[in-house]
Ligand binder design. Structure first.
Ligand code: F6R
Length: 594
């Protein structure tokens, strides 16, 4: 949600370094982009639209400066216009600021400043450079920025450049910031991909930290100047991981990366011979509350079902609801499921659980993320960077990791643990089979003109139905709803017509499958086209207009395979419609505002 980049020490390459960094941060927002470079003076350029619009606007003009900051925006205050794009400047044009987050007291500050300052945008951010401008009357630049931080309420990651000062000042409060450390240059960004091509050495800043970057390197303090220790860590993925590797879209690449992502997730954690799963965490699990949003919430629903199957009370909560109406916590482990580890709603939920004394566990993809650092424990899903805004490989890895968590802590109830471990081990190869043999493109072409789609599934396939619908909605902009298969007849069946394709996830031939087939017959009787996602174990194909096959496996892992088919359907429908697949309208990855 908004991407920030800064660099010191790149000399003549400063502008290109900023633009290339912003390229990799566009998944955080793409409403507008801008840069500011400083030496004796501050030069800025900003433009509504994606980064290409800024590049075009810059044309041949090359801004110069020894230090620079850049921003790609996801709008909160004010529409995506040139004026609302960051950086924002003070009245003199000597102070430029980029910001991610929300300044909650901005109206009060703006009212106070309005008499003496001219505001050019609708943003909350613009109060910051004007406050710094006032503070510079009495303070040196660094002290002026610190004095300004004292006035701000809300969440922010900010970076500031000031004319005549060869430094970047930055601060973090509830929005991520990470430093990249190289021998001759230092970087600052919302996320590592922004500078990974230059260095793999990083320093994750904590809330309440202030940093000064200059030719001598960096110093980390708290907001009032007390030195704070910081440790340099090494990231374990290559810069190529953030490229498209020849695929048309990041999402397609990430869908195809799933076999590898899941191998990484399983590596060193399962011992099939011994029938054991070993994690490097050992939380006490008596009861579980999962908190998450969006796709991760669907993984949380699936996770809760696994724990319940093992006889352990478990429930999944939408994080934003949990944070404002927290259920009673007894000896619950509270598990935050979050790809980014930065989602503000999920952080708020986990902080509330922590305040009430619960042990917390982050199930996340991002090692240095706020959730990973704030929770009592972290279980990493090891998917590597995911750039497409729509989560794909990380959802499959979340489902895999939550299986490992359940097996390692509470077992599998009546299920055969060895069989389950075998099914998990087979997942990467089975996903590869789905990817190689899928008919999703043909199905997408057949039904692309439908105005509405439904997805149904029972038990482990219910979260898959929800996820299938969400994926289709977000990247194709087509109406879609997912349901527990038994629920359709309680109202929504009224919407089912010959123009509403229904995707039914039916694997195995157990009671759940038979009941879902009953629901399939109900929609078929109303003339709806049925697309069965199935392993062929039941006779659902008899009632289906099209079939998307998955290899036969355990019901838990079949859910992962069925979801891969639905990812491909969503992708191909969106592609047929010519949508902006990696950057769907109105969305951003990593939602760092509540
Ligand atoms: C949808 C999607 C979102 C995220 C949600 C939570 O494809 O990616 O629904 O799942 O914003 O994000 P994380 O998992 O980073 O907490």
């Amino acid at each position: 949600m908004c991407g920030i980049i800064g660099c010191v020490g790149r000399g003549d390459d400063t502008l290109d370094t900023l633009l290339d960094g912003l390229d990799t941060l566009e998944y955080r927002g793409y409403d507008s982009a801008g840069v500011a470079l400083a030496n004796g003076s501050v030069q800025t350029a900003k433009q509504a639209g994606e980064l290409d619009a800024l590049r075009e606007h810059l044309g041949d003009q090359s801004l110069s400066g020894t230090v620079g900051i850049g921003h790609t925006r996801w709008s909160t205050h004010g529409p995506p216009t040139d004026a609302n794009a960051h950086p924002h400047c003070d009245c003199t044009g000597d102070v430029a600021v980029v910001h991610n987050g929300i300044i909650e007291n901005y109206q009060e500050l703006r009212d106070e400043l309005a008499a003496d300052h001219e505001f050019l945008s609708d943003t909350d951010t613009e109060v910051i450079p004007h406050l710094i401008e006032d503070a510079l009357a009495d303070h040196e630049p660094e002290a002026a920025v610190r004095a300004t931080l004292d006035r701000l309420e809300g969440s922010f990651a900010i970076a500031v450049v000031i004319a005549g000062t060869d430094a970047i000042f930055a601060a973090r409060q509830d929005s991520p910031l990470v430093l990249g450390i190289d021998d001759d240059a230092t970087y600052l960004a919302s996320d590592v991909p922004a500078f990974r091509v230059h260095t793999d050495r990083v320093v994750y800043l904590d809330d309440g930290q202030f940093v000064r970057l200059d030719a001598d390197g960096y110093t980390v303090t708290d907001f009032d100047g007390t030195p704070r220790s910081s440790s340099v860590e090494t990231v374990d993925w290559d810069p190529e991981a953030t490229g498209k590797a020849g695929y048309d879209h990041f999402m397609l690449k990430e869908i195809h990366e799933q076999p590898r992502a899941l191998r990484q997730c399983l590596q060193g954690r399962v011992d099939e011979l011994a029938g054991e799963v070993t994690l490097d965490i050992d939380p006490e699990v008596n009861r579980v509350q999962f908190v998450a949003c969006g796709t991760s919430y669907h993984a949380a629903l699936y996770g809760a079902a696994l724990f319940r199957a093992a006889g352990v009370p478990a429930q999944a909560f939408l994080a934003h609801e949990y944070a404002i109406q927290t259920p009673p916590i007894e000896d619950d482990l509270v598990v935050a499921v979050s790809q980014s580890g930065e989602t503000a709603d999920t952080l708020a939920a986990i902080r509330e659980a922590d305040r009430r004394g619960a042990d917390t566990l982050a199930l996340t993809n991002v090692v240095g993320s706020t959730m990973a650092r704030e929770c009592t424990d972290a279980l990493f899903i090891r998917s590597g960077p995911e750039i497409g805004v729509a989560a794909s490989k990380t959802f499959s890895a979340q489902l895999t990791a939550v299986n490992l968590l359940a097996l390692a802590t509470v077992g599998a109830g009546d299920e055969d643990v060895r069989e389950l471990i075998g099914a998990l081990r087979d997942l990467p190869a089975n996903i590869q089979t789905v990817l190689d043999e899928s008919d999703a493109r043909e199905v997408a072409r057949e039904y692309v003109d439908s105005e509405s789609f439904f997805f149904i599934g029972r038990r482990y396939h219910h979260p898959v139905a929800l996820e299938g619908a969400l994926k289709l909605k977000e990247i194709s902009y087509t109406h879609a709803e997912g349901f527990a298969a038994g629920e359709l007849k309680h109202g929504t069946l009224a919407l089912v017509t010959p123009d509403t394709p229904v995707f039914a996830v039916v694997t195995g031939d157990d009671e759940a499958a038979r009941k879902t087939i009953g629901n399939v017959k109900e929609v078929e009787a109303r003339g709806a086209p049925v697309i069965a996602v199935t392993d062929g174990e039941s006779d659902v194909e008899r009632y289906a207009d099209a079939v998307l096959e998955v290899p036969s496996t355990h019901a838990r892992t079949a859910a992962v395979l069925a979801n891969v088919q639905l990812q491909l359907v969503a992708y191909h429908v969106a592609n047929e419609l010519g949508r902006s697949i990696d950057k769907p309208r109105n969305l951003a990855k990593s939602v760092t505002v509540e």
